[in-house]
Write a protein that binds this ligand. Sequence first.
Ligand SMILES: *[C@@H]1O[C@H](CO)[C@@H](O)[C@H](O)[C@H]1NC(C)=O
Length: 241
Amino acid sequence: MLLPALVWAVTALIWVGHGAESHQTAAAPARRDDNADFDWGSIRCPAANSQETFPTPSYRTEKGLFLVCTELVINATPQEVYHALLDFQTYPAWNSFVRNVALPAEVVKTPDDVYVGLEMRFTTAGIIPLLNTTSDEIVTVMKGSFDDGGSPGEGEAEPATTEGRYLMAAWRYDDGLHGTASKSEHPNILVNRGDGTTLYISYETFFVGPGTLLLLPLKDTLQKQYTQQGLDLKAYVEKAA
Ligand SMILES: *[C@@H]1O[C@H](CO)[C@@H](O)[C@H](O)[C@H]1NC(C)=O
């Protein structure tokens, strides 16, 4: 009984500590070649009690500690969902948990001004009861068109199926310590179902690291938030579509 309480307390302190830290500026990562040898569009959430984790675009070979994942059909095109996902300024209006997304001054309007390497600070409620938590995130993948890698180039044949036809946006957590404490990344994959609707897969892999171990007790809470955020996004996009 005491140990879980202790782990919880330390975890809480670390998350609260995030909020108190001064903003650390990490070097922007180079643009990722997100399609070269990995078909992100084929990823589907594992069964509920699976211990499986997935690689992410920034961390292809790291060992995963745990995964949260949600998957659902949204009655809107992949482009419409992509637009909403990168429209960080509207998050507080539709997302049950995100209270604010702080952006650098040069980002005047989202999604227009969003770029790979953009640093954001999410303020989120509901991870620890009655407290806001913050996390610094860096945009790592923006694949906003089907021709942006992965799909046929000029003169090549269209694939016979819609398999592999997807858009993708991802961001990774910035621990301010070059990932030595905690690495995680959140890919959002938008598979074109070919009928004006989208299969939305949203996951985050938390990789082995001292900071991540302390997040393990929060796995169920994080999974519930991912599930709810998927439903929030669906409701928001379908209302606009
Ligand atoms: C959480 O953050 C929001 C937005 O920044 C703020 O309005 C609210 O007062 C905060 N709540 C707590 C408990 O700090």
